[in-house]
Design a protein around this ligand. Structure first.
Ligand code: F6R
Length: 609
């Protein structure tokens, strides 16, 4: 959700900033811009649309200069136009600001500044902030930024430069992610590590309320008062190759195909075969503490919320512990009942989703023990929870989440196994579950080998569809939700996920010969029930595509088309059934000419409420 990058060092900044914006484009692609300080002062170039539009704008006129900032925008205040693109400048035009977040009292500040004669060129809250910094500026950018930020409410990750101080970049964070890259005689700031990986893997994560001042001699972290803060330098494990497409036409396809490996990496080191349990020391919870947990609340957004629902089925079934799954955005505003006997699990690929972070903070405030299942190492949620499991799925760049989802389900399986073994699961049952988990990477690989079957199904049933229904039961009901979300977010086909039996209570009215209905129907405990639901759809002329286990002749006879998945334990089927649905939506979107990796209106990391 908006990507920001800044650089100071010996290199020419403009090309480096552009490259950084390209890597962060998944955070927002409504407009982009850069500002560079050089002998002429401040040179700013911006363009509406994707980073390629900015590149076109810069063709043949790249500004020189070794200090600069760049921004790729996901619009919050104001339409995605060039005037609303960042960087924004102050009244004098000599201070440039890029910003990720929302300044909540910007209207009031804007009015006050207008009364003092300021004029604004855009509708953005960021321009108001730039003017406020300018208002305080009297030769010391650092102090002007600190003074301005003491007046603003809201969330920000920002970077600021001034034509009058060609050796200084000031950045600050409150609520939106920001890190400092520490290179050899060069320093970076960025929303995430992707723009820096080429130059350094040493980073300093800023916390809320902190500012950093980068100069040609180094960096210094402080708070908004004057207190200097000493911060550890962390090493990032990801490398450049991991954030590139490596020959795949889209990041989404690459990430779908990486799942045998990403799943293996999530499970690696956690499975204790002999004891039939999971080693999850990262939770920072002793056996006694885990036994005392009376209730679990899982909170997340979007795809991560779907994995949470699967976790609910697993935990209740295997550990016999009550679980509730909450949209993070709702949890925090509805006076939730949680206390020190509640374990609150936050799930997030990015570790930066504003609502999930806020929900975790709320749970902590109420005395709950918090645990994070997070992919991005060092992200805010990962740092704020009491314990957790890193997914180790590798960077996920495609806006539609795929490999993170299956890794989240696997991480939930680890938590489930650990808690269940402390409560009522026998060692033999534990071993059987581990055996099931171990087989999954190879089973996913077998599904991926047959992806061309899904390409044909996509063309045959969904190529011209305007609506689709996804139906599943039990632990595969959340998979139906996830399948529908994948389809709508990248191909813009309206799709609904429903519990298959619930269909009779309304959605059945939509079914006619133009409605493709995707059934998730492995041979599990509710198989015979879902067969009846398929009959109901067929009786009304719907086109049925069913995910089934090999040898399921009953559904094969009924459905218009089937795709077979390998057999696994009932509770693990979502990890296999979700893969063909990811591929199905991918091929539909490609066939319809949609921008798979950058679907309209979306951003990868939603850092605003
Ligand atoms: C959908 C998708 C989103 C995210 C949601 C939460 O494909 O990617 O629904 O799952 O924005 O993001 P994280 O997991 O980063 O908290």
């Amino acid at each position: 959700m908006c990507g920001i990058v800044g650089y100071i060092g010996p290199r020419q900044a403009a090309g480096l900033l552009l490259e950084g914006l390209r890597r962060m484009e998944y955070r927002g692609y409504d407009s982009a811009g850069i500002a560079v300080v050089n002998g002429h002062g401040l040179e700013i170039t911006k363009a509406a649309g994707k980073v390629t539009m900015l590149e076109l704008e810069l063709e043949g006129k790249m500004p020189t200069g070794t200090l600069g900032i760049g921004h790729t925008r996901w619009a919050t205040h104001g339409a995605p136009t060039t005037p609303n693109a960042h960087p924004h400048t102050d009244q004098s035009g000599r201070i440039a600001v890029i910003h990720n977040g929302i300044i909540e009292n910007s209207s009031a500040i804007r009015k006050t500044l207008e009364r003092r004669g300021h004029t604004f060129k855009s509708e953005t809250d960021t321009e108001v902030l730039a003017h406020l910094v300018g208002e305080y500026y009297s030769g010391d950018l650092e102090e002007a930024v600190a003074a301005a930020l003491r007046e603003v409410d809201g969330a920000y990750g920002l970077a600021i430069i001034s034509a009058d101080e060609p050796g200084v970049l000031v950045a600050a964070r409150k609520g939106s992610p920001l890190l400092v890259g520490v290179g050899e005689n060069e320093w970076f700031v960025a929303s995430d590590a992707s723009p820096l990986l080429q130059y350094t893997r040493s980073v300093v994560y800023l916390d809320d309320g902190e500012m950093v001042v980068l100069s040609r001699d180094g960096y210094r972290v402080r708070n908004l008062e004057t207190t200097r803060i000493s911060k550890p330098v962390n090493q990032i494990e990801w490398d450049l190759a991991m954030v590139e497409r490596n020959g795949y036409p889209h990041f989404m396809l690459k990430e779908i195909c990486e799942q045998p490996e990403s799943l293996h990496n999530t499970l690696r080191g956690h499975l204790l075969e002999e004891e039939g349990t999971a080693r999850v020391t990262g939770l920072n919870l002793s056996d006694d503490q885990l036994k005392q947990v009376e209730r679990i609340v899982i909170t997340a957004c979007g795809t991560s919320w779907h994995s949470a629902l699967i976790g609910e089925y697993m935990l209740e079934e295997m550990a016999r512990i009550p679980v509730e799954v909450e949209y993070a955005s709702e949890f925090r505003y509805r006076n939730p009942v949680v206390d020190h006997r509640t374990l609150v699990i936050g799930i997030s690929q990015s570790g930066e989703t504003a609502d999930t972070l806020a929900a975790i903070r709320e749970a902590k405030r109420r005395g709950a023990r918090t645990v994070g299942l997070v992919n991005v190492v060092g992200s805010t949620i990962a740092r704020e929870v009491d314990g957790g499991i890193y997914l180790h799925a590798g960077p996920e760049v495609g806006v539609a989440s795929t490999k993170a989802f299956t890794s989240q389900v696997a991480a939930l399986a680890l938590v489930t196994l650990r808690i269940a073994r402390l409560r009522n699961l026998s060692i033999l049952q534990g071993r059987e579950f581990i055996q099931g988990l171990r087989l999954l990477p190879a089973q996913i690989a077998r599904i991926l080998e047959r992806s061309s079957e899904l390409e044909h199904l996509a063309e045959r049933f969904l190529g011209t569809a305007t609506n689709a229904l996804y139906l599943g039961r039990g632990v595969n009901f959340p998979v139906a939700l996830e399948g529908a979300l994948k389809l709508k977010e990248i191909s813009y086909i309206h799709a609904e996920g429903y519990p298959a039996a619930e269909m009779k209570h309304g959605p059945i009215a939509l079914i006619d010969e133009n409605m493709p209905v995707v059934f998730i129907a492995p041979k599990d405990a509710v198989h015979s029930k879902i067969v009846s639901n398929i009959e109901e759809v067929k009786a009304r002329g719907g086109k049925v595509i069913a995910l089934i286990n090999e040898g399921d002749t009953e559904i094969e006879r009924l459905a218009d088309a089937t795709f077979t998945i390998p057999v696994t334990l009932d509770l693990l089927t979502p990890i296999l059934t979700s893969i063909p649905l990811q591929l199905l939506s991918y091929y539909v979107a490609v066939a319809r000419g949609c921008n798979v990796d950058q679907p309209r209106n979306l951003a990868k990391s939603v850092t605003v409420e």
